[in-house]
Write a protein that binds this ligand. Structure first.
Ligand code: FEO
Ligand code: CA
Ligand code: CA
Ligand code: CA
Length: 633
């Protein structure tokens, strides 16, 4: 999510130090001196960095595409890309197939049967014995300048309901007909999950006093999910969706208390104005309602009548995504970061092993286990600190009466334990060799006055380009310790063919966000340079947001796809054979902010429909190799 409300990301005022600062020598190398230095004057790769290998890649078989500012998708020679499932397309509910209206006059009720807005994380669930499957898609947020014909000029309960309906998750059945994929309508699996869908809590914080409201005095039955950013899938066949910048949906108090401040609540929030017609989103009336968001939500796409479950054992946070690995004895390990400046990286280790039998047999697997937060050391090691009530400082004397308190206030608990403040942790992926990769998208306030300075893990002040860190656990994924290095510092000249620096390791990019590792071990990197930063200063040479493929064995990175103007590229997944890839294009045309001007909705982009009376639409994109081969070969 590009953020116009930048200060909302800065709610970590904890005094735990930004530990293990790098040496004075290293620090000098990051001093910036004009544009050239800003782009290229970065640290040499750390020891063990993947960028030290030979130039030739064995796994990237395509010719990279150049930087683009065009309002279209560009893929390499020999590939084709086309759109399905744009915002507003009917998802295929039985008897409800309202056509999208290009002038944005669909009603809230119609939106409840259509694809939501601003597609983000997703996963393709193959179905045995057939080519098709279920595509589950997150909808991160709404641009109310596009969602309603006249934007927010008038503000009604109907508009709030439409915005709530455009949030959440879509489950669609997709299948190829004569080689071309589309939504299957109607489909018994089609489903919309919105900001109003009944859900339940499970795990140690279910029923906790901080989750109780007037409408749900037992604290067990929350309504809805929102700001669904990254996603994950479990080996037992369910989908995990995360509630990232939930605080922005709430009208906070004039004078937030310490807990509310730490979670970024403030008067007016991000300006969604839901509270004007739905008082649930007014913290001054319902102070515990924000505590009911920020959870990882498990959805069983194979059972359309199942109730989504907010799994509290994995902790509360502005989680970007949730990525599941299995230990050798088949316990689930869920990695998640909080995408906000100076926030933390977490992992949850289940108590029990995964059982055969799919979702039903593992319905409580994510309810019992231990949540940890990461402390990185400057010497390339790190450790996981348990967020367990009663352990160490997490006691009643320090404000944590029970485990529910620790989970609802996981940020404060992590502050107390001295977790490491990172440069906006976005997606996490695990490769076949056990490396765990995390995109650290950027952090322009690293090193600014009264902000944490650089450290070995986050080695650039004013980190406008971001980096990817990776670690390997000691022993197994449940290891208490790990070793880490940088996979790539974005903008590194040794990784910048565009700058013709001689050492051709690959194509330049900035602000890594989405990530996916395919069955061959290729690491796909999707970028999210914010609208406000795109095309300026350090990022001027990089054009539109893009998707690149990296071969971790060699460190080579090639640009595979460039997106339309003003978009973010996100949400990679594929069919099991690797021959059909799905990605999402989010917020094409976003400019100058996250709220478009309804009078000029096509000012920057008119993708993908290019209708004179249309509006740019987020959409899923299908990618094929023309020869039918595996994507990326
Ligand atoms: Fe929703 Fe952190 O991007
Ligand atoms: Ca985004
Ligand atoms: Ca982002
Ligand atoms: Ca993101």
């Amino acid at each position: 999510m590009a953020k116009i409300f930048a200060d909302m990301e800065d709610s970590n005022a904890s005094s735990n130090p930004s530990i293990h600062e790098v040496s004075a020598l290293s620090r000098r190398t990051v001093l910036r001196g004009g544009l050239g230095a800003a782009v290229t004057g970065v640290l040499a790769p750390l020891a063990g960095c993947a960028t030290g290998g030979p130039a030739a890649s064995t796994r990237l078989g395509f010719k990279s595409v150049p930087v683009s500012t065009a309002d279209r998708i560009v893929v390499p020679e020999g590939y084709v890309a086309y759109v399905i499932a744009a915002w507003g397309e009917p998802v295929g509910l039985s008897g409800e197939s309202p056509a999208f209206k290009f002038d944005a006059t669909n009603t809230a009720a119609e939106q409840e049967a259509q694809m939501g807005m601003h597609h983000d994380g997703m996963h393709f669930f193959a179905q045995a014995g057939r080519d098709g499957g279920l595509l589950v898609v997150n909808h991160e947020y709404t641009d109310d300048g596009l969602l309603h014909r006249d934007g927010m000029a008038t503000w009604t309960a109907e508009k709030v309901r439409k915005a709530q309906a455009a949030q959440g998750v879509s489950v669609i059945e997709v299948a190829p007909t004569a080689g071309r994929w589309d939504i299957v309508r109607p489909s018994p699996w089609a489903r919309r999950i919105t900001a109003r869908t009944p859900m339940r809590f499970s795990g140690p914080a279910a029923g906790h006093a901080m989750l109780r409201t007037a409408a749900d005095p037992a604290g067990q039955r929350p309504l809805g999910t929102l700001n669904n950013c990254g996603a994950g899938r479990t080996p037992w066949g369910t989908y995990l969706t995360c509630e990232e910048n939930f605080a922005g949906y709430f009208n906070g108090p004039d004078a937030p208390n310490a807990h509310e401040r730490r979670w970024g609540l403030r008067k007016g929030g991000f300006g969604y104005r839901w509270q004007e017609h739905d008082e649930r989103f007014d913290v001054t009336k319902h102070p515990n309602e924000p505590n009911r968001f920020g959870w990882i939500v498990e959805i069983d796409p194979s059972n359309p009548s199942s109730t989504p479950v907010k799994r509290t054992a994995m902790g509360r946070g502005a989680h970007e995504g949730a990525t599941v690995a299995l230990t050798r004895d088949r316990r689930a390990v869920v990695y998640s970061g909080e995408d906000a400046r100076f926030e933390y990286i977490y992992k949850f280790v289940s108590r029990d092993a995964m059982k055969p039998g799919g979702a039903g047999a593992n319905a409580e697997l994510l309810d019992h286990g231990t949540l940890f937060v990461a402390r990185f050391n400057g010497d390339g090691t790190g450790q996981w600190l348990a967020l367990t009530h009663g352990a160490g400082a997490l006691t009643a004397a320090n404000g944590f009466a029970d485990q529910g308190d620790v989970l609802v206030k996981s940020r404060q608990a992590s502050d107390l334990l001295g977790a490491t403040k990172m440069d906006r942790p976005e997606w996490i992926e695990v490769d076949q060799e056990g490396w765990v990769y995390c995109t650290l998208t950027n952090n322009a306030t690293r090193g600014a006055a009264n902000q944490p300075g650089i450290d070995a893990m986050n080695p650039r002040a004013n980190n406008t380009m971001g980096h990817i860190i990776r670690w390997k656990e000691a022993g197994d994924f449940d290891g208490a310790r790990f070793s880490w290095n940088h996979f790539v510092l974005a903008g590194d000249p040794s990784n910048s063919r565009a700058e013709a620096k001689g050492n051709v390791k690959g194509d330049a990019f900035a602000c890594p966000d989405g990530m996916w590792i395919d069955a061959r071990g290729v690491l796909w990197i999707q970028t999210d340079m914010s609208t406000s930063a795109m095309g300026k200063d350090d990022l001027a040479m990089l054009g539109n947001n893009a998707m690149l493929a990296a071969d971790p064995r060699t460190g080579e990175i090639r640009r595979f796809l460039t997106g339309p103007a003003g978009c973010e590229v996100t949400g990679a997944t594929s069919t099991p054979d690797g021959r059909t890839m799905f990605i999402n294009i989010q917020h094409p045309g976003e400019s100058p902010s996250e709220r478009s001007d309804p009078a000029q909705p096509r000012r920057v982009s008119n993708w993908p429909d290019f209708q004179a009376a249309g509006r740019p639409r987020s959409a899923t994109v299908v990618i094929h190799k023309l020869d039918g081969g595996v994507i990326g070969t």
